[in-house]
Design a protein. Sequence first.
Length: 337
Amino acid sequence: MSASGGTRAIVAALLANLGIAVTKLLAWGLTGSSSMLAESIHSLADSGNQALLLLGGRRAQRKATPEHPFGYGRERYIYAFIVSIVLFSVGGLFALYEAYHKFHEQTGPEGPHGFDSWQWVPPTVLIVAIVLETFSFRTAIRESNHVRGTASWKQFVRRAKAPELPVVLLEDLGALLGLIFALVGVSMTLATDDGRWDAAGTAAIGLLLVAIAVILAIETKSLLLGESGTPEDVAKIERAIVEGEDVERVIHMKTLHLGPEELLVAAKVAVRPYESAAELAEGINAVEARIRAAVPIARVIYVEPDIYRDAGQPDPAARAAEAAPPVADPGPGIREG
């Protein structure tokens, strides 16, 4: 994923959510709609989340230190995981609490009732918000298409090594669906003068945000634990290793993402016989150069040269020991030293 593409999507979502949050808060203050309050908190949480993603991207650019020799690339994963927690707690759980509170208010002694005044405000604000959120969602889709390739959207969200675009995509999708739920709840409340519809819309928003937060937490947890390179990158690296005459085959290899754009490669390779250590070092350097040319994000590379042996082939040291003549027993009367 290009860093600039992710940043554009984040900034577009941040500006849209800030504007939407202000109008929703105004609508809630005029009408007391629980759906509008839940959506206001949702937009504020999303704004904070986008700020966290921008902060994580900035902190991840710090150079490696002796204490952190592989750099700070994973900071982007940490901040994406924090985003899932914020979305779950501030967005989802708050909306569910507000729905519970609103529903009990509607089933109290006064019975169900709609909005007291400014009834035209909530649907107007929600329709405008849907339009603004659509532009933000379109930006995220356009930037994702630049790097998604032939993968489906589900595969893109699950396999992406850069967390920003999947996070913004799911947040924008959740925001659009949440606005639709709120619009249905508010419209039904206006039509029936029954605020339980408003509470139902708020509950739907809460359940939606909790579900999205859980998906984000699962995916970012996997990135935090450490994921290997994509199958395409692994295949390119293996081909690059055996392309030259210096390596006979790959014995085994492991890859690990140190960050979205930084891959660690550790490989044990079977090399041809060399006359000197200098020739061996030159061959290993050639292998590393081919790996970096094939997969530019492979920035940390460790190649261990070895001699390949089949499973049934004995170890050379053991074979030499078997071929050596037996040492005669000096007898009980002779001792060393």
